[in-house]
Write a protein that binds this ligand. Structure first.
Ligand SMILES: N[C@@H](CCC(=O)N[C@@H](CS)C(=O)NCC(=O)O)C(=O)O
Length: 208
């Protein structure tokens, strides 16, 4: 098994943190996304969305999309660390919060970055106004997360889950939008400090 990725890229880090939490080691292959290596026919033959991360199994089967990769790993290497939740209610709540963070935070953030900076203008049309709107949506979403974390120890409830990984990646990505967490978001800041102390996050930060 091997993982095609770009270590500091946010979607790749989602998977890295997930596998670090699971205590699994998967060999990684660096893909030069800025240079367009992911846009080649050879890479697109592996990754249906033409992006990293992409997991390749020993028989050549591939899975792209970060959460799909995490789901595969979760099912293929069962442990007692249930990052998608355990039990019907927790599973539903983890899914709900992970989707909320993805749609309202992460993807707005990615759209902001791509459309404002034009980093991938060699392969997509960039609309600066959409980038600015997306950035504003991220800024408006952060207080919602702060409100949630003021009453819940983790994003999806009492236990750490993939929703925390997604939120952590969002918070880390803010720097690319010239945004940062500040004292107006005390619960989010406290949660971030707590997550930074997790052994898997300390370990994964050495590798990215
Ligand atoms: N929804 C995908 C997003 C993947 C994605 O956007 N990957 C970025 C790096 S974080 C990429 O490959 N960018 C290069 C490109 O868009 O050409 C996932 O969650 O895996």
């Amino acid at each position: 098994m091997k993982l095609y990725e770009k270590a500091p890229a946010p979607s790749a880090r989602r998977v890295s943190l997930f596998i670090a939490e699971k205590g699994i080691v998967i060999p990684r292959i660096d893909v030069d996304i800025r240079g367009g290596e992911n846009t080649t026919d050879a890479f697109k033959a592996k990754s249906p969305n033409g992006k990293i991360p992409c997991l390749e199994l020993d028989d050549g089967t591939t899975i792209c999309e970060s959460v799909a990769i995490c789901r595969y790993i979760d099912a293929a290497f069962p442990t007692n660390h249930h990052l998608f939740g355990e039990g019907a209610l927790a599973i539903g709540q983890v899914e709900m919060w992970n989707r909320i963070v993805e749609f309202q935070g992460l993807y707005a953030g990615f759209q902001a970055f791509r459309n404002i900076t034009g980093v991938y203008k060699d392969r997509e049309r960039c609309v600066e106004a959409w980038g600015n709107e997306s950035k504003q949506r991220v800024e408006e979403f952060l207080p919602e997360l702060d409100k949630r974390l003021a009453t819940s120890p983790y994003v999806a409830g009492d236990k750490f889950s993939i929703a925390d990984i997604s939120t952590y990646i969002l918070c880390d990505f803010l720097k690319n939008l010239d945004l940062q967490l500040d004292e107006s978001l005390p619960a989010l800041l406290a949660w971030q400090r707590k997550i930074n102390e997790r052994p898997a996050f300390i370990e994964a930060s050495k590798q990215s």
